[in-house]
Design a protein around this ligand. Structure first.
Ligand SMILES: [Zn+2]
Length: 201
């Protein structure tokens, strides 16, 4: 038996990376791990379905779980998810432009955009949680799931308050209040009231 608690984790991580490399090779996706904290665009990791690239930023403690989420998007792409096809509307681009006040969206269109993104992100999170569990990519799966729920609900909170919500110093308290089971699709439009009440610009 190993006396080094880090050893099995490293082995699991390498096994996971091997699987990711295989998925990318099979799908014609360029897979790169870079010694940085965030992508040039400021994301924690990135699956780019247009440029066919999967990028992991390894200079952060949570890079394996971030990568698992991005692999979730890669799997969606491989399975032909319409949101990730080249001719799909740019839901995320539209939402971000709306969030920054650069684009107006009619109420119905905004709701459809938000719901589409939420369903896509929740599905990626469900896949990520499966990978995180089977490869033991974190000791804190409960926290990962609580943060995933917060992330998916933030889109609906944005729609309601008109900006991307921040929780400042209260964020760890907010995370603790989130359910430790991943929400059902039927819950994406029903964030707990405290998320709206505590949303800061
Ligand atoms: Zn995502």
């Amino acid at each position: 038996m190993s006396t080094n608690p880090a050893a099995p984790k490293t082995r699991d991580a390498l096994r996971f990376i091997d699987v990711v490399r295989g998925k990318c090779a099979a799908a014609g996706i360029l897979f790169r791990l870079e010694a940085r904290e965030k992508t040039r665009e400021g994301d924690l990791g990135w699956f780019d379905s247009d440029k066919k690239r999967l990028l992991g930023c390894v200079n952060r403690a949570d890079w394996l779980t971030v990568l698992a989420h991005e692999v979730g998007h890669l799997e969606q792409f491989v399975e032909g998810d319409p949101v990730l096809q080249p001719d799909a509307p740019d839901f995320v681009g539209d939402f971000e432009a709306w969030c920054q006040g650069k684009k107006k969206l009619k109420a119905l269109r905004l709701r459809q955009t938000v719901r589409t993104i939420q369903r896509n992100e929740l599905d990626a999170e469900r896949r990520a949680v499966g990978m995180i569990r089977s490869f033991h990519l974190t000791e804190k799966i409960d926290t990962y799931i609580r943060e995933a729920n917060l992330y998916v609900w933030k889109y609906e909170v944005s729609r309601r308050v008109g900006h991307w919500p921040n929780y400042g110093d209260a964020v760890s308290h907010v995370v603790e209040e989130m359910p430790s089971r991943l929400m059902a699709v039927s819950q994406i439009g029903k964030p707990p009231a405290m998320l709206e009440a505590n949303a800061q610009p």
